[in-house]
Structures are given as structure tokens and as C-alpha cells.
Design a protein around this ligand. Structure first.
Ligand code: 2DC
Length: 439
């Protein structure tokens, strides 16, 4: 997309397999697009995700639903996952997982006997991310940061990776055809979703049973699923479908973003120092009130935004136009698939000053930010896991920075590859030093 915007300018039309789309990069065009998206914003559908549910006769969650049914479920789920009223409840749940990750790193450092820990953290962070999202969804710990990991949970993690990996080759081939010829890619995809649904179902059933056993309502916050079950506003099949999506969507997304954030910070020691100062100052002023601390760490939040600018999970955000639109003097008919190339936007000097530079402060100074932070999408169809992800990542960074200095080998440059979501093209090795003993 970067090359094509380079060649054709900020708007071009393209036909890729069965998709015809208009691709845009300019934040002002994105603003026009999103402001006219209407009541039922529609993004590009991933055919194989739909095909799996049809094949196994499973309900769609909000990720795949459209129209009034989508809107109905989404409004209910927003109250449980996005509203200001509820997200404060996530903080203690995510914080304990963050603290346990720190303990685990200290343990690994001790085990190494070298006073530091160097590793590719991919799998460690997958476990951290699954542990985090499950604590918020179910109010239960899986124990993924202990020494002995439930092999079933590891199977879930691996299945999510396989599911993403097998999706991209099927983007341009009709799943019905692949199914007819028993293509390996389709079979692997089905098997991955089967594992995902089975594991999620186990977690969900457990909460369902426990909740019926002790109906005593103490007013204590128990997690998103118990909250949805008690309210009884959505049929159990719809709850299951959306909760499964959130559980699967919460693994690779936040863990890979955190890996990128740590990689960028490893190459910017002075930003690490600035962040530490901000965190300590905020904590001192908040006197142990974590919610208050989180309200006074703008640079931590900007660091996450900046990591997502350079390394978004999704290459684009898409919408089908509901009405005719004119962008850059270019006429776009109704019902056209329009893709905002957010990866390309994040690296274009027209929209970001010195885009190659990792500079969290750009989000806090006078640089324009209008419609430039689209990593979670926009509006009513934006990422439902956004608030969970943001809090999870902020708390993680706060804990890591307070305890460790992050380093990486100089001069290693890491590219990005498309695996449905965007991922590093080679393993990222990071070294963590305990702060008190690092020279
Ligand atoms: C992939 O051309 C490239 O958040 C396509 O947590 C367009 C496209 C459409 C939808 C995007 C997808 C891309 C990337 C992965 C996304 C997905 C919507 C939701 C999904 C961005 C850009 C993701 C990762 C969800 C996945 C939840 C799932 C595991 C149940």
C-alpha cells in the first residue's frame, strides 16, 4: 500500500481477487468516511471466519454480525466492555496479572544466573495476554504465569496463531470451494477454530455453573461474562459467541503490540527514563490509588499510541460506503469498499513529522493528531476490546518499566509481515535487567 500511495497518490482503486476497493491514506478523507458511516457500519468480512460458523452451526458474535442484530448486541456489550462506568473494574484484575509477570521475569533472571534475562518473549507474552483477558472476562486466573502451564491453555494459544495464519491464504478463495475439495488449509482452519471454541466453551460453562450454584450477589465485580449472565439481556448462544471472540482476539493483538513497544523502548533508553520519572511521580502523588496513577501517566499512554502507529495490528480499517462520497475530487459510489491504509498512514511524512522516529511525545505536543490514531478503528464499530487492551498494556508497561531496564542488540532491524494481522518478520530478542542492579 505504501508503494501504491507513493505511485498513485492519496487515493487509488484496486481489484484484488474478488475484492474491489478504493484505498485512502489521508486522515481528512478518513474523517469524512467515518463521519458518514451511518447506523450500521460494515467492514470487510473475513469469509473463512463466517464459513466456519455456518459449517458448525454456531452463532455469530458481534465481530461477524451486521445490521440491527449487530447493533443490539453491540450496545449491550459496550456497557460491559467499553463504558467508563465498568472499565475501572478491570484495573485490579489486570494489575494482578501484570504483577505476576514481573515476578516471573525476576524468577527467570535468577534462574539464568547472569543477572539478566534475554529471550524471545512471544510465548511468554501470549500467556500474559490470555491470562489478562480471561481474568477480565471470567474473573478467574488460569495460572499461565506459573511454572506448569495447563496444556489445554497452550493449545488454545497455538490454535489462535494457526487460525490467523490459515486465514490469509483463504482471503481470496471461496471457502465453499476449499471445503468441497477438502483443502488442507481449510481443514487446519476448522481444527483451529474447533480448539478455540472448545476451550472457550469450557471456561464459559464453568462460570455458568458456578454462578447458578451460588446466586448470592455480593455486589463484587466478577468479570464481563458473569455480568452478562446475571443481566440476562442476551441469549446464551450470543453471549458465548461474542465472549469467545473476545477471548481469541485478546491473545496475539496485545502481546505483539507490547513486544513492539518494548523493542522500540529498548532502542530509546532516554524515553525509558522519562517514563520511569513520570510513573514514579504519578504513583507518589496518587498514594497507592491505581486509578489515580493511570490518570496521570500521559506519556505511558502516548507510548502505546506510538507503538501502534508504527506497528498496527491491522493493516487497514475498512468501511462500505452507505452513500455517494467525494474524496480528493474522486467520486465514490454507495456500497463501495473503502480501506483506510493505517499502516501506510503511520509511516507517511505527510501526516507524521519524521515518521521513522519512535517519539511518543508527538501525541502530546502541537503536532496534528486529527484522525491519525486509528489503530482500534473508529466509532461504533471500533474494537470492542479496546479498553481492555489499553489498560492491560498500560499496566504492563508501568510494571515493566518500574522493575527493569529493557535492552536489545543494536543494529538489528525488524520488518513486518502480513499474517492476517501484522507481525514481526523475525524473532525479537529482548534483555531485561533488574533496575536496582544494572550498571
Ligand atoms: C486483515 O484485508 C486484512 O482485531 C484484510 O481481535 C482486511 C481485514 C479485515 C478485518 C480485520 C483484519 C484485516 C485484521 C484482524 C482484525 C480484523 C477485524 C478484527 C481482527 C483487525 C485488517 C482482530 C485481530 C480481532 C480478531 C478476533 C478473532 C480472533 C475472533
Amino acid at each position: 500500500m505504501m508503494q501504491k500511495f507513493q505511485t498513485f497518490g492519496p487515493i487509488y482503486r484496486e481489484k484484488l481477487g474478488m475484492y474491489e476497493s478504493v484505498n485512502i491514506i489521508d486522515p481528512e478523507d478518513a474523517a469524512i468516511l467515518f463521519k458518514s458511516e451511518g447506523r450500521y457500519p460494515k467492514r470487510l468480512m473475513i469469509p473463512s471466519w463466517q464459513a466456519y460458523r455456518d459449517f458448525r452451526n454456531k452463532a455469530y458474535g458481534v465481530l461477524l454480525k451486521t445490521g440491527e442484530s449487530w447493533r443490539h448486541d453491540r450496545m449491550i456489550l459496550n456497557k460491559e466492555a467499553m463504558s467508563l462506568k465498568v472499565i475501572d473494574n478491570f484495573v485490579p484484575l489486570l494489575n494482578e496479572v501484570g504483577e505476576d509477570f514481573i515476578k516471573r521475569v525476576h524468577m527467570q533472571i535468577k534462574k539464568s544466573g547472569q543477572g539478566r534475562w534475554t529471550a524471545d518473549l512471544t510465548n511468554e507474552l501470549f500467556r500474559f495476554a490470555l491470562e489478562s483477558v480471561c481474568n477480565v472476562l471470567y474473573g478467574t486466573r488460569l495460572g499461565l504465569l506459573e511454572d506448569f502451564i495447563d496444556p489445554e491453555a497452550q493449545r488454545f494459544i497455538d490454535a489462535v496463531t494457526v487460525m490467523f495464519h490459515t486465514t490469509s491464504p483463504m482471503l481470496y478463495l471461496p471457502p465453499s470451494l476449499l471445503r468441497r475439495i477438502n483443502a488442507k488449509i481449510w481443514l487446519d482452519h476448522v481444527q483451529a477454530w474447533d480448539i478455540i471454541f472448545m476451550q472457550a466453551d469450557k471456561c464459559i460453562q464453568k462460570i455458568y455453573r458456578d454462578l447458578r450454584l451460588n446466586q448470592k450477589s455480593t455486589g463484587e465485580y466478577l468479570g464481563i461474562l458473569p455480568s452478562l449472565l446475571v443481566q440476562d439481556k442476551l441469549p446464551i448462544e450470543d453471549i458465548k459467541a461474542s465472549v469467545t471472540e473476545m477471548m481469541a482476539g485478546g491473545v496475539d493483538t496485545t502481546s505483539i503490540t507490547l513486544q513492539w513497544a518494548m523493542f522500540e523502548l529498548a532502542r530509546a533508553p532516554s524515553i525509558q527514563e522519562q517514563l520511569r520519572t513520570e510513573i514514579i511521580t504519578a504513583e507518589t502523588a496518587a498514594q497507592g490509588d491505581l486509578l489515580k496513577t493511570l490518570r496521570s501517566v500521559p506519556l505511558v499512554k502516548a507510548t502505546i499510541k506510538e507503538a501502534i502507529r508504527l506497528h498496527p495490528v491491522a493493516v487497514s480499517v475498512q468501511r462500505y460506503t452507505t452513500q455517494e462520497l467525494i474524496l480528493q475530487n474522486y467520486f465514490i459510489p454507495a456500497k463501495t469498499l473503502v480501506q483506510v491504509g493505517i499502516y501506510a498512514m503511520g509511516r507517511d511524512p505527510k501526516y507524521f513529522v519524521r515518521p521513522e522516529q519512535f517519539n511518543p511525545e508527538r501525541w502530546l505536543n502541537d503536532d496534528p493528531t486529527h484522525f491519525r490514531g486509528l489503530g482500534f478503528g473508529f466509532g461504533p464499530r471500533q474494537c470492542l476490546g479496546r479498553r481492555i487492551a489499553e489498560l492491560e498494556m498500560a499496566l504492563f508497561l508501568i510494571h515493566i518499566l518500574k522493575n527493569f531496564k529493557i535492552e536489545t542488540k543494536r543494529g538489528v532491524d525488524i520488518g513486518t509481515t502480513f499474517d492476517l494481522i501484522l507481525v514481526p518478520d523475525k524473532p525479537i530478542y529482548l534483555t531485561l535487567w533488574p533496575l536496582d542492579s544494572h550498571p
